[in-house]
Every structure is written in C-alpha cells, then in structure tokens.
Design a protein around this ligand. Structure first.
Ligand code: SF4
Length: 301
C-alpha cells in the first residue's frame, strides 16, 4: 500500500515495493496539514561489529536496542507518516533478531525496510529470510581489491561472493566512502556494482568523525569531476553535507532538514543525525514525543 506525506513541496506519494516516489507539486496543502514525522529514520541496532575499518564512525561503547521497543517505535513512526527505517550499526546483521525485526516491519507496518551492512555475514539462508522483508540493502564497498582489503580487513573476492548471493534477489546499492585512497577506484567500483546489478551508488565523502578524517578539497574536486563524467546505469546519491555535487539530489527542496531525517543510536537516543552528540532519550512516552522535543530543542537553539 502506498503512503502519502503532505508538506511544503506538495503531496508526496511513496510505494515501498516498487520504490516509486511521486510528488504532486501543483498541490501545496495548508501548513496545518503537513505531515509531522521524520520521513526517514536510521536506527543503529547495535554498536557491535566484527570489522575494524580504518574510517569507522560508529561508537565502540557496547549497546544494543531492545527488540520490543523497536517494534513499538516502528508502529508509531508508521502511523505518524514516516516512509521508512534504515537499520545500521555497528553491523545490523549481528543483531540477534534481525530477521524477525524486518519481518515485523514488513507485516505490521507500511514502512520501507532498508539495511546498511558490510555484507560479510550474508549466507544463503539469511538471504532467503531477508528477501521477503527487506526492500533495499546497502552494502559498504570502499575501494576495490587491495584498497578495500586495507580499509576493511576482509577479502575482496569474499565480498564479491556475497554480492552474487543477493544479485537479482534483494534490490541493493553500494555505499562508498570517498577519501584519498578510494577515489581512484571509483570507476572500477561502479563497473563492479553494475555487473552485480546494483541500483545505486551512495557516495559518502569521508567525514571527521570517530576514526574518520575529513576528505581533502583536492579529492572533492576529483569526485566532482568523476560525478560529472559518469555515464553508467547506477543512480548516484551523495551524503547531504555534499549534496551540491549531485544535481538531482534534492527532490523535496522545501522540506526542512529536521523533518526529512532522524537517527536513533544504539542507546535509544533520537538525534537529527548520527554525528550529533546531543538528542532526546526515547522514554515510555514514545518516539513521537521525543521527536517533538527534538524539534523544540532545535527551535530554541
Ligand atoms: S565502518 Fe561499519 S563495518 Fe566497518 S567497523 Fe565500522 S561499523 Fe563495522
């Protein structure tokens, strides 16, 4: 079933199964009818991870979200008008009930269920379990061959084996952290992504957060040139901090940033984005209560 959000850009219709987004921008509903919920929420299910990537942003303090709370938050977000949740971490496939959680979202909500993973825990039974409940997978692949192995500490051929498990079964995209080491592999990475029928290349210029270092201006210039010359089949997206580099990035130009996106960390704190140090604890009053408080906090700042 399609979902509808009303806002300053018009009437936004989204279908999770096809991934179709339609904006009726000739109709701008009155302000008091605008949907008041985050459009998309990323959720760090756990801080646990079995890799030690050189640029990792994730917190290393052990924490994991409660399964029952997650189900409640998903129900609440769905009825408030949210379009989808994206599970991440740490590594979300280390979350003990990951399949049950995705299945719950699929069965009891109309949220699109996406997940960002390093991919190395995928196997045939897990792919079979997730293919009916996950709308889109995001697999991290920064660089190819030696570059990838140096950053992620895992074999690149084994990553390609994992991609072959999901090819044609679960729609997926590649998340690609761009830095001085990975920029030169972008063309090859895009070719590999196309070969495995990925739909999207999400470009993430490295940020100075956690173990990450800010990408240099020289690398951003190289990236801008690469984006301008790319003629392949992948849809290119980029993190919001560098949205000016991908022209088609802003389908909802009037949407306020705090309504577009929110993040829940593995301690159950609702934030504007994963890099924020503050936020609102989600207590027994629910996630929309915490969201209201977050918006108020922003207004008074
Ligand atoms: S970047 Fe992702 S896969 Fe790598 S260590 Fe951090 S959480 Fe794990």
């Amino acid at each position: 079933m399609s979902k509808v959000r009303l806002g300053p850009d018009g009437v936004h219709i989204f279908d999770r199964d096809s991934g179709t987004n339609v904006l009726l921008d000739e109709i701008v509903p009155p302000r008091d009818r605008w949907t008041f919920s985050p459009r998309q929420v990323s959720i760090a299910l756990t801080n646990a991870c079995d890799l030690e990537c050189t640029h990792c942003y994730a917190s290393k303090t052990p924490a994991r979200l409660d399964f029952e709370s997650l189900k409640q938050w998903m129900l609440e977000l769905d009825s408030a008008g949210c379009f989808g949740v994206g599970f991440g971490g740490g590594e979300p496939m280390l979350y003990p009930k990951i399949h049950e959680l995705c299945e719950f979202g699929r069965t009891y909500t109309n949220l699109a269920i996406t997940m960002t993973s390093h991919g190395h825990r995928l196997n045939v039974p897990l792919v079979e379990a997730l293919r009916s409940s996950v709308n889109f997978l995001r697999i991290s692949m920064d660089g190819v061959h030696h570059t990838y192995e140096k950053i992620r500490g895992r074999s690149f051929p084994s990553l390609l084996e994992k991609l072959s498990l999901i090819k044609g079964k679960i729609p997926f995209g590649i998340n690609y952290v761009v830095n001085e080491a990975t920029i030169i592999d972008l063309t090859k990475a895009a070719e590999i992504a196309e070969e495995f029928h990925a739909k999207e290349l999400l470009i993430l210029p490295e940020a100075a957060h956690g173990r990450g270092k800010a990408v240099t201006q020289q690398t951003l210039t190289q990236l801008s040139d690469w984006i301008g010359s790319y003629r392949g089949s992948l849809q290119l997206s980029i993190s919001s901090a560098h949205s000016e580099l991908v022209r088609s990035q802003s389908p909802l130009p009037c949407e306020a940033e705090e309504i577009a996106f929110a993040h829940i960390d593995a301690n159950g704190i609702l934030k504007r984005c994963s890099f924020d140090s503050g936020g609102q604890v989600i207590n027994d009053k629910g996630i929309m209560y915490a969201f209201n408080k977050l918006i108020e906090e922003r207004k008074s700042a």
